[in-house]
Design a binder for this molecule. Structure first.
Ligand code: MF3
Ligand code: CO
Ligand code: CO
Length: 278
């Protein structure tokens, strides 16, 4: 797994990212009171497969002994932050906030007829990863502010994605924007390199981290930036299902994510949704 992607690889990452952004926008429009998150998940899988991709999270294992992640999207309501499992029982109601995180391998990898367990590069697709937190119906003003700050935090991180900066610059800028406003920034989870796999080096923290200075941004670097912002304390806990992560104090939290390619002419946000206007 190399840190830099070739121009041909970047073309596929851009194409996959554009498709994934369009899909996420369609899913976000389904977010209404009374909808169950399993319906959104089914539509997500259908849209990805009909576009020639493969869901990247379904069956994903962070570690060898993990239970495979069961759904196409990560579906998180209110105090749930990431890795929530979509379910018929998880029904959205007015006033909730709901985050959809979605990843795709594109093009879908060719099925292997041989018994090889490791796929060669040309048999695999390229990975993009993106997330949004949206309001379910009407939400309180304070909650709107949480969503706005999280969205803006991502944009501030993206602005740092210029050649010659380091991964440290991204986290520093996000932290300097978010913390003075009284919100928390999750520490245990971070953004990441992406493209050949869902998660690659480097780690991309949403806070100042001196060690990240060794990762210098250069053309061909592809990363996912994903601020995870809390209304209260930033500590998180993992649920008994082994996946869902929520805030320890049950405070509301929000998550926004884009896949970004660094180029000589500045960052390309490959997963931009059609409606996103800056
Ligand atoms: N989408 C998550 C991220 O942004 C990773 C999800 S892995 C899963 O890094 F298995 F939980 F889906
Ligand atoms: Co990610
Ligand atoms: Co993600």
């Amino acid at each position: 797994m190399s840190y830099l992607k070739t121009p041909d690889e970047i073309k596929l990452i851009q194409e996959g990212g554009r498709i994934l952004g369009e899909i996420l926008e369609k899913l976000a429009k389904m977010v209404l009171p009374g909808v169950n998150t399993f319906e959104i998940d089914k539509e997500a899988e259908r849209l990805i497969r009909s576009a020639g991709g493969k869901p990247a999270f379904k069956d994903y294992k962070g570690r060898k002994n993990d239970r495979p992640f069961p759904t196409t999207i990560c579906a998180c309501v209110n105090e749930e932050l990431v890795h929530g499992i979509a379910s018929k029982n998880k029904v959205l109601k007015e006033g909730d906030i709901f985050s959809i995180d979605i990843g795709m391998e594109y093009p879908s990898p060719k099925s292997l007829k041989s018994i090889k367990s490791v796929k060669t590069m040309s048999e695999r697709g390229y990975f993009t990863d993106t997330a949004v937190t949206v309001a379910v119906g009407k939400i309180p003003e304070k909650t709107k502010q949480l969503l706005n700050v999280t969205r803006k935090a991502l944009e501030i991180g993206i602005k740092q994605c210029v050649v010659g900066n380091t991964i440290t610059d991204i986290g520093r800028a996000i932290q300097n924007y978010v913390e003075p406003q009284g919100y928390g920034i999750v520490r245990d989870l971070v953004g990441h390199g992406v493209g050949h796999a869902v998660h690659e080096e480097p780690r991309v923290p949403n806070y100042y981290n001196k060690e990240s200075e060794k990762w210098i941004l250069q053309p061909g670097v592809v990363i996912a930036i994903e601020p995870m912002i809390t209304m209260g304390d930033w500590h998180i806990v993992t649920a008994d299902d082994g996946w869902s992560v929520k805030t320890a104090d049950n405070s509301l939290c929000a998550h926004q994510e884009h896949t970004i390619v660094i180029t000589e002419d500045g960052p390309i946000v490959v997963t931009r949704r059609p409606s996103e206007k800056l």
